[in-house]
Design a protein around this ligand. Structure first.
Ligand code: 48F
Length: 257
């Protein structure tokens, strides 16, 4: 059989078009493919919820690949070891309460499990706005990252979702868009994003899970973004809280359907 380049191109274009059209009306749309967003997507997809995830970068994994200062190891505490085991990520005890895992294995395994469970990931796509109806977040406004990077004047497209999850990490991008543009009061003390606090791993890891919840009608914060919204500390290269946050938001959402 002779290979036909046009057939290869046509296959990709047709298949991607169908995938994107199918992603325009879903149960849950997640923004950001860091550990929190991907774990959240895994559990939602596993529960049969139609879930899509939009990631700005070419690669998924967010801040997990780099471990600490590019040493590609991550630390996970006692409480979250069961999630490493559930995903099948090899881990070893360092000292009582501290487990170590390879960051490359962690990202690739979580991603693979999530996609195999049915999560649709669109990389190279940036969320630049939200859709709001009656003071509820009802969808996302999307553009190619390449358009964003080149600062081109090109209009975006819109997708509808019963719920949106902001898993954009430190910048809490979706929450900040809602705060800036929609006039919706966030469920924080001030009604606005409170901003992340300086390093404190113990408090950060606990609050990240507590703060990963609905922040206004239709919108959840998940992972590092949650402490940026509610005002909690950062925690550095310990990742148990991110995994537990993803699981928590997915479970909350599954209960609401
Ligand atoms: O930053 P990130 O890994 O968030 P996370 O899952 O985990 C945080 C940890 O990596 C680390 C930490 C652990 O102690 O503090 O920082 O909460 O992943 C966020 C992803 O969101 C993407 C971004 O490229 C990254 O991969 N992202 C951010 N804004 C947008 C976006 C946007 N507007 N549209 C699409 N993707």
């Amino acid at each position: 059989m002779k290979l036909d380049e046009i057939k290869i191109s046509k296959a990709i274009i047709e298949s991607y078009n169908n995938k994107l059209i199918d992603a325009l009306d879903v149960d849950v749309a997640i923004v950001g493919a860091g550990p929190a967003g991907m774990v959240c997507g895994y559990y939602l997809a596993k529960a049969g919820k139609k879930t899509v995830l939009f990631e700005r970068k070419l690669s998924v994994g967010g801040g997990m690949w780099g471990g600490g200062i590019m040493f590609n190891e991550i630390v996970v505490q006692d409480k979250a070891k069961r999630l490493l085991d559930e995903f099948g990520i090899k881990n070893r005890l360092y000292e009582k309460g501290y487990y170590l895992a390879d960051s490359v294995e962690s990202v690739s395994t979580i991603c693979s499990k999530a996609v195999k469970a049915g999560l649709r990931i669109f990389n190279l796509m940036s969320v630049e706005d939200v859709m709001v109806r009656n003071k509820k977040v009802t969808g996302l406004v999307l553009n190619w990252t390449a358009v964003e990077m080149a600062n081109l004047h090109v209009d975006p497209i819109t997708m509808r979702s019963k719920f949106v999850v902001d898993a954009t990490g430190h910048p809490a991008e979706v929450a900040r868009i809602v705060e800036r543009k929609s006039g919706i009061r966030l469920k924080t003390k001030t009604g606005k994003t409170m901003g992340e606090e300086s390093m404190w791993a113990q408090v950060g890891e606990d609050t990240i899970v507590k703060n990963s919840k609905e922040i206004c009608p239709g919108l959840y914060a998940c992972g590092m973004c949650a402490n940026a919204v509610f005002g909690g500390p950062r925690m550095g290269p310990i990742f148990g809280g991110m995994l537990l946050a993803g699981e928590k938001v997915a479970k909350d959402l599954i209960n609401r359907f």
